[in-house]
Structures are given as structure tokens and as C-alpha cells.
Design a binder for this molecule. Structure first.
Ligand code: F6P
Length: 525
């Protein structure tokens, strides 16, 4: 990369894309113009343009579940017409958007109150995976826009500690629960929901309180009413919204409650800008396509197996975890659309932490480890907290890291530094190898003016579409998740055995040993 930068002063201009408030600099990648042209040929050969059109047009591209994939409709303008199964989905989308607006405004202005007449102060979202990570990530990211009157909490884990530690600090009279579950059959969510309900009824002393303190977001209206949730308090969404693509639907209700519906809709509008761009821009000027094809380059041509996401923004602390589900649940697949096992690598492991914290822990491996780890650096140009020189320092660190990863430090440069520090002879020679940085480590940099709802909407949609681009090239279905079902099924079978209610089927020696050990030790403990 050093040589390519030296040879071409226009490399930054050639290898950046700008859309609205978002800049993608992909010049610090191990690519030439020829590499890019070949990667875009691969995208064309994979019929990417057709697949993009098929997704936006509501075709059932999620073939193993026979469903359309229309999260893009959730951020389309009210007057759009978008069809799934021959039906325009927009009237329903708009109906639920309006319901979210009415509800969130009434809670926020105190018109809607709890059973004892007090206004709500805390909202607890009970959900897991796609029914939690999106709202959690966005609520944190857009904290500067949040109401000071209403705090959002997220309970996911079936580990009772999650619920118990959350409820410990809350007043039942002023707590609103949102049970978020696409299927309304997820064990963790329903277990937490029943325990939360028991807590509320026990503290308020009235079963009727449930109607005022519980709402649900689901596609399964039969199950929400079985749970006892008033149909007026159910926010619907549809099977053409994948769990990990659902934060734009009523699954975003905790976001709307926290930042208000206007801000929520600004986020939808930002995502819609990215949707239009993805749909219309030529491949060579298309941000999600570029990001996706660079990932293909490193995965399938350079042998990289992990991808770091490094937001230089504390508000984006949950962004890597959100992307882990988005990308790894979508493209962590080994069988193609024809049901054949693939003979090439698919999704990389996604991981990351906010900078600058990561710099003082794992960046050592990025700089001098033996692995190739492409990394995305994200940063706002303006901080919501303009305090002294903090933000300039943050940006300086961000840019310095991508520069250092690209340039590295040659033995000659390291030697000159050591000489300047007064070292010589054996002392210098023995230290020298440790001071060399190979460089040529690839990064993308994504800059946005400030982390506002519009920019965040663009950013999330960018990564959604990047994920789709890669699935197309890998010829896999990004929208099912059969791998997760297996674990759910096994846990269900094992539960009665752990409770000592059933001696059950025979397990492998390890699993049986763990069950037996637990039965004995749990009793004693
Ligand atoms: O864990 C798998 C999964 O199916 C995710 O895809 C989904 O987001 C999550 O479970 C939660 O599912 P639900 O919203 O149906 O409770």
C-alpha cells in the first residue's frame, strides 16, 4: 500500500465515496484499480444487480422459509407502494408507525399512565437477539436525544440475574414492559416475561395492572393474547421482516419511547437514503457494494478470517455486538442456495470495541500479530460532548491508527529512531526486531458529521446491505437461521433432565457427566 500511495497522489480521491453526511475512505486497502474492476466483475457475474432488485421488489428471496425480505419497506415514505405476496405492505406499515407515534407520545407526555396513576419513568424491553440488540444499540447510540424522564432498560438473558438486577432499581408503579418477540415462542423471552409479570402483580397487588404495564411487539398475535396482552397494546410486524433486520419496525418501540417518534423517523429517513443509493448507484460508486466486495476480497482471496469493527465513539459501544448478529447470523452458512455444501469460506468473525480503549488492549495483535485482520474505523467529526480537546484527540488517534497500520515501520526507520534515542551496537540490534511493524494492514474509514438519527440510519442500512452483497456472491441465503434452531431444540430436551424430572435419553459421556455432576452438586449447594 505504501508504494501505491507514493505512486498515485490521487489515490484518496479515487478510492473514497461520499453519500450525504457519510464518507467511506477505502484507499487503505490492499487493492489496485484492477483488483476493484475484477471484484466488480465478480459481483456482476453473481447477478448482484438482479438480486438487489429482487429484494426491493418483495420477491421471496428467503427461499428456505418462503418469505420476502422487505426491511427496506419499513423505512420507505408513507406514500410508497411496495408489494409482498401481491399485497401493498405500506398501509400496514403506516398504521403501525402511527400506532407507535400515538403510544410513544402518550407515554412521554404522561397521558398514558400506570395502574396507580403515576407516569411511566422506566421502560424495560424484554427480548433477545434481533428483538434486543438493535434497540439496545440504537438507544445507546442516540442517548443525546433521549428523554430525561424515561429510562430504557434491556433484559435478554434467561439468566435471572439480568432481570433481577434490572428490576432491583425500578418502581413497579412507574415501569412499562415491552415484550418483544417476533415468534413469541422464544424460551428466554417468555420466561423473563412471566417473571416480570409476577413481579409486577406481586408488588402492585392487582392482576389488572398487567393490562396497563405490558405491551407486546410480535408477528404472532395468537400467542400475545394467550399471554394476556390486550390486543390494543400489541404492535404488529410481519414475517417479511427478519429478526436481525427488525429495529425499523415496532421492535424499535423502545427507541421511539426514548428519543421520540420524530427522531425515530429521522433514523428511518437516513436508512432510506442508503436504500435508494444501494438500489440506484452503479456498482463502482455503490458504498454497500464496495464494503461487501472488499470483505469478499479479504475472505476469499487473502484468507482473512476475522473483521474488526472499531467505532471511535463511545455511544457506538454496542455497534460491534449488533453487527455480530447481523453479519454472522446472516452469512454464517455452509450450504448454498441449491442445498450444496460450499467449498469456499463464507462469513468472517466480526468483533470489536470502541477506540481508543481497544488501542490499549488488542491493537498490538493488529499491528504486529501474524494474522491479516481487515478493520473498519468509524468516527463522528463533531462530538455531542465538546469538552476541551477530547474530540480532536479521539480523531487524531483514529486517523493515526489507520496510518500506522497501513505504513508500518521498516527496519531502517526503526533503526534511525533508536539511533536518535542514543542506542547503538548490541543494545540497538537486540531491540530492533521488536520495533519493526510490517504495515500493509487494511482498513476502511467511515466518517460522518455527527452521530445523529439520520447518520445512524444510514450506517446501519449500509452494513445490512453489505451483508446482503456478500450473501449474493457466496450464493447463500442471508435471511434464515437454522443453526440457531438446533441449540434451542436441544436445550428444550435437556431441561427436564436437569430438573431431575426425567432421566431422559442417553447423551454422550461428557454431556451425561455434566448433567450428573450438576444434579448432585446443585442439590448440595
Ligand atoms: O436466536 C435466534 C433468533 O431466532 C434470532 O434470529 C432472533 O432475532 C431471536 O432468536 C429472537 O427471536 P424472537 O424475536 O422470535 O423472540
Amino acid at each position: 500500500m505504501r508504494e501505491m500511495f507514493d505512486a498515485d497522489p490521487a489515490r484518496f480521491d479515487k478510492f473514497t465515496l461520499q453519500l450525504d453526511c457519510l464518507l467511506l475512505d477505502y484507499s487503505k486497502n490492499i487493492i489496485s484499480e484492477e483488483t476493484l474492476a475484477l471484484l466488480l466483475n465478480l459481483a456482476r457475474q453473481s447477478k448482484l444487480e438482479d438480486w438487489i432488485a429482487r429484494m426491493f421488489n418483495g420477491e421471496k428471496i428467503n427461499a428456505s422459509e418462503q418469505r420476502a425480505t422487505l426491511h427496506t419497506a419499513l423505512r420507505a415514505p408513507d406514500n410508497a407502494s411496495i408489494y409482498a405476496d401481491g399485497k401493498n405492505v405500506m398501509p400496514d406499515v403506516v398504521r403501525v408507525r402511527n400506532q407507535m407515534r400515538r403510544f410513544s407520545e402518550a407515554v412521554r407526555n404522561g397521558a398514558l399512565r400506570g395502574h396507580t396513576g403515576k407516569p411511566f419513568r422506566d421502560v424495560v424491553n424484554i427480548g433477545i437477539g434481533g428483538s434486543a440488540l438493535g434497540p439496545l444499540m440504537v438507544s445507546e447510540a442516540l442517548k443525546p436525544y433521549a428523554s430525561t424522564q424515561l429510562s430504557a432498560h434491556f433484559v435478554s438473558n434467561v439468566d435471572a440475574t439480568d432481570l433481577a438486577e434490572t428490576l432491583k432499581r425500578l418502581d413497579p408503579e412507574t415501569t412499562l414492559f415491552i415484550i418483544s418477540s417476533k415468534t413469541f415462542t422464544t424460551q428466554e423471552t417468555l420466561t423473563n416475561a412471566h417473571s416480570a409479570r409476577a413481579w409486577l402483580v406481586q408488588h402492585i397487588g392487582a392482576e389488572e395492572a398487567v393490562a396497563k404495564h405490558f405491551v407486546a411487539v410480535s408477528t404472532n398475535l395468537a400467542e400475545t393474547s394467550k399471554f394476556g396482552i390486550n390486543p390494543d397494546n400489541v404492535f404488529e410486524f410481519w414475517d417479511w421482516v427478519g429478526g436481525r433486520y427488525s429495529l425499523w419496525s415496532a421492535i424499535g418501540l423502545p427507541i421511539a419511547l426514548s428519543i421520540g417518534m420524530d427522531n425515530f423517523e429521522n433514523m428511518l429517513a437516513g436508512a432510506h437514503v442508503m436504500d435508494q443509493h444501494f438500489r440506484e448507484a452503479p456498482l463502482e460508486k455503490n458504498m454497500p457494494v464496495m464494503l461487501g466486495m472488499l470483505g469478499i476480497w479479504y475472505t476469499n482471496f487473502c484468507g482473512a478470517d476475522s473483521n474488526a469493527v472499531l467505532p471511535y465513539d463511545q455511544y457506538l459501544q454496542h455497534f460491534p455486538a449488533y453487527l455480530q448478529q447481523l453479519e454472522m447470523e446472516s452469512n454464517g452458512k455452509r450450504v448454498d442456495r441449491q442445498g450444496q455444501a460450499v467449498d469456499y469460506a463464507t462469513q468472517m468473525v466480526v468483533w470489536g470495541e470502541p477506540g481508543t480503549n481497544g488501542q490499549h488492549s488488542f491493537y498490538q495483535l493488529l499491528h504486529q500479530g501474524t494474522r491479516l485482520i481487515p478493520a473498519d474505523f468509524l468516527a463522528p467529526l463533531v462530538s455531542h460532548n465538546p469538552l476541551g480537546e477530547h474530540h480532536a484527540m479521539l480523531l487524531a488517534n483514529c486517523f493515526a491508527q489507520t496510518e500506522a497500520l497501513m505504513l508500518g515501520k521498516t527496519a531502517e526507520e526503526a533503526r534511525a529512531e533508536l539511533v536518535a534515542q542514543g542506542l547503538s551496537g548490541a543494545a540497538l540490534e537486540s531491540l530492533l526486531p521488536y520495533k519493526v511493524f510490517p504495515g500493509n494492514r487494511p482498513t476502511n474509514t467511515l466518517l460522518f458529521d455527527r452521530l445523529d438519527p439520520h447518520a445512524l440510519g444510514m450506517l446501519v442500512a449500509l452494513y445490512e446491505h453489505k451483508t446482503f452483497v456478500q450473501s449474493v456472491v457466496w450464493n447463500i441465503n442471508a435471511f434464515d437461521q437454522w443453526g440457531v434452531e438446533f441449540g434451542k431444540q436441544l436445550a428444550g430436551q435437556l431441561l427436564p433432565e436437569l430438573q431431575g424430572r426425567l432421566s431422559g435419553k442417553s447423551h454422550d459421556a461428557s454431556t451425561q457427566g455434566l448433567i450428573n455432576h450438576s444434579l448432585v452438586r446443585r442439590q448440595r449447594a
